[in-house]
Design a binder for this molecule. Structure first.
Ligand code: BTN
Length: 335
């Protein structure tokens, strides 16, 4: 294990540890400990250094634990998951899996403690501070691209919604195409990246960013209303338990989607659709169009009623805003 990771593991209990104690455990001198502490601070990890007492994390961290996540998966998926990789830091877990090429066995998952260039939709950056939230990508291979492939992101949104609901969060909603909201603020986002293979096969990397305990300082880089699970639920949430739950729901939903398309998810999506029957503004190729959101079709396209006509829009083509005065609330419905 790299020294810096080992140091963090010693500190993650949130208690004070002297430089001498840390140095002895890591086999390095006290000044080397100090250098590593500074490097961790450079990753946004707040560490208190107090003369005579040593170092401690400002907030205890629960680091990701691969064996623990695997053990919490349903046995059927533990057997079928071809790989689970935990990275200390990377630019983007989606990029890591996309770069793997066609030979890599699927499904496989990659989680990171920290992303230096987390990718969001529409070229945005996904703010990914160290050890606080969940950054998960899942590589899935479709032997034949499903007809409703464009609905894959919506299905992933349903999987996230099921995971947070199973943790005990009520009233989470879905905002087309694949945001998960709570109380009108963004709790999680999904980024699907596809790559075609030979013979009509297709590889999909489904990336999920789920806010668990976003530090205020890191959140300054977020340009839209956001919320994290710990605040929404009023209690801390285990990153490992949540990662396992999220991964299990994603795997289950993807298998069902592969077999039966979007149809088995449509009812649930509609029940949690925060935009349904709300006035929206769509931005398409420099134009702004106004209408009323009327749910989604079997391809995952958004239906918008404009001048009495129902038009369909795909997520790659448009960006969407709720029109002024129409705050997005949580959706009704529970399941
Ligand atoms: C969005 O903009 O709403 C989508 C955000 C998706 C972020 C996740 S974090 C894990 C995975 N790796 C990335 O670089 N992006 C996705």
């Amino acid at each position: 294990m790299p020294t810096r990771t080992a140091l963090l593991r010693l500190l993650c209990d949130g208690r004070f540890h002297s430089g001498a104690e840390l140095g002895a455990a890591l086999g390095i001198g006290r000044s080397a400990v100090w250098k590593h502490v500074r490097a961790l601070a450079g990753r946004g990890i707040e560490i208190h250094a107090v003369r005579g007492r040593g170092y401690r994390l400002a907030v205890p961290l629960e680091l990701l634990d691969g064996p623990r996540i695997l053990a919490a998966l349903p046995p059927v998926w533990r057997g079928r998951l071809a790989g689970l990789e935990i990275l200390q830091e990377t630019d983007s877990t989606n990029r890591v899996l996309l770069a793997r090429g066609e030979a890599v066995p699927a499904p496989c998952a990659c989680l990171a403690e920290y992303q230096s260039a987390g990718r969001g939709r529409r070229g945005r950056t996904w703010v990914s501070p160290y050890g606080r939230n969940i950054y998960l990508s899942l590589l899935w291979r479709f032997a034949e691209a499903p007809a409703a492939l464009s609905a894959l992101g919506l299905v992933a949104g349903v999987a996230v919604l099921r995971a947070v609901t199973a943790l005990g969060l009520g009233d989470a909603g879905l905002k087309w195409p694949n945001d998960v909201l709570w109380g009108g603020a963004k709790l999680a986002g999904v980024l699907v990246e596809l790559s075609g293979e030979m013979n009509g096969a297709c590889r999909a990397v489904i990336g999920v960013g789920l806010n668990l305990a976003m530090p205020r300082a890191a959140a300054q880089g977020i340009d839209q209303p956001w919320v994290d699970l710990a605040s929404a639920m009023g209690r801390p949430v285990s990153r490992n338990a949540c990662s396992a739950l999220l991964l299990a729901r994603l795997l289950e939903c993807l298998e069902l989607f592969q077999d039966r398309g979007f149809a088995p998810f449509a009812g649930e999506w509609h029940r949690h659709d925060v935009l349904r029957d709300r006035p929206v503004a769509l931005f398409q190729g420099g134009r702004c169009l106004h209408g009323t959101a009327r749910g989604v079709d079997e391809q995952g396209a958004l239906i918008v009623e404009r001048d009495g006509k129902r038009c369909r829009y795909f997520s790659g083509d448009v960006s969407l805003r709720l029109k002024e005065g129409g705050a997005v609330g949580a959706a009704a419905g529970s399941g």
